[in-house]
Design a protein around this ligand. Structure first.
Ligand SMILES: [Zn+2]
Length: 260
């Protein structure tokens, strides 16, 4: 059994603000440790539940956040830039875990809410419905016949995930208070929860409870915060001065046509 863990940083159990996740943040080194600890806990639980291959994609910002020398033995990790691919080496995976995720841009009082980039993107729609990273990434994984089985993050992320994919196992490691504030569990309690929820999700996977989401062909629309640079409309339709749209055979193709 091959499990693919795509790990983002904002929904990691010890992280409470931007200073833990930005390249010049004062708490970045603590953030990287917490990130690696949640990943290790989840990966170990995958092995304990019967996985013989665990791929971890370091998925925050430029993909170079986790501490490689702290990883548990057995995992393979994908880091850095992978052009035009969201999930390098996803092929043949039995299930995917979206670890450390966050609510979509604009979600009220949601901790570190954004969609892909808080500096550039106001909103994204997938086939006419407003979508966050959870929905878009679940749809892209589905194009490789991989179901998303578990996600971790704050209460707002868990609610968003359940409304898009009711069968997904959610692991709420913190409670949103504001964009820059959250109520945390103690580290040992958060890690125990990640372990339990990962094992629960893999047991459900073995019982055939998950199916890949199929949304293609797909139309992706992105509304940017700033007025358009002239290049942006080159490979897509311009909806207005700040909004572009692309329709393609797959969600991944439409997404990368817009995002490059
Ligand atoms: Zn991130």
């Amino acid at each position: 059994m091959k499990i693919y863990i795509f790990a983002d940083m904002e929904g990691i159990s010890g992280i409470t603000g931007s200073s833990f996740v930005t390249s010049d943040g004062t708490h970045l080194q603590e953030g990287r440790r917490y990130f690696t600890a949640d990943i290790n806990t989840c990966a170990q639980a995958c092995f304990d539940a019967g996985a013989d291959e665990v791929i971890v994609r370091d998925g925050h910002a430029r993909g170079i956040s986790l501490l490689w020398d702290q990883l548990i033995p057995g995992v393979k990790v994908v880091q850095g830039t992978v052009p035009h691919r969201r999930f390098f080496n996803i092929e043949g995976s039995d299930g995917m875990i979206l670890l450390g995720y966050h609510a979509m841009a604009g979600t009220q009082r949601a901790h570190l809410e954004h969609t892909y980039t808080s500096k550039e993107i106001q909103n994204i729609w997938l086939n006419g419905k407003k979508a966050g990273e959870f929905a878009i990434d679940t749809a892209i994984a589905g194009e490789y016949n991989v179901p998303v089985i578990m996600t971790s993050g704050c209460d707002k992320l868990c609610a968003e995930a359940k409304s898009f994919l009711p069968e997904v196992v959610t692991c709420q490691v913190k409670t949103s208070i504001s964009q820059q504030g959250a109520m945390l569990l103690a580290s040992a309690d958060a890690h125990r929860l990640i372990q339990e929820k990962t094992m629960e999700a893999i047991a459900m996977l073995k019982a055939g409870k998950f199916h890949p989401v199929k949304l293609s062909p797909a139309t992706v629309r992105i509304e940017y915060m700033e007025r358009m640079e002239p290049m942006r409309g080159l490979f897509s339709d311009l909806c207005d001065d700040r909004t572009v749209e692309a329709t393609a055979a797959t969600v991944e193709e439409a997404f990368f046509r817009l995002r490059g």
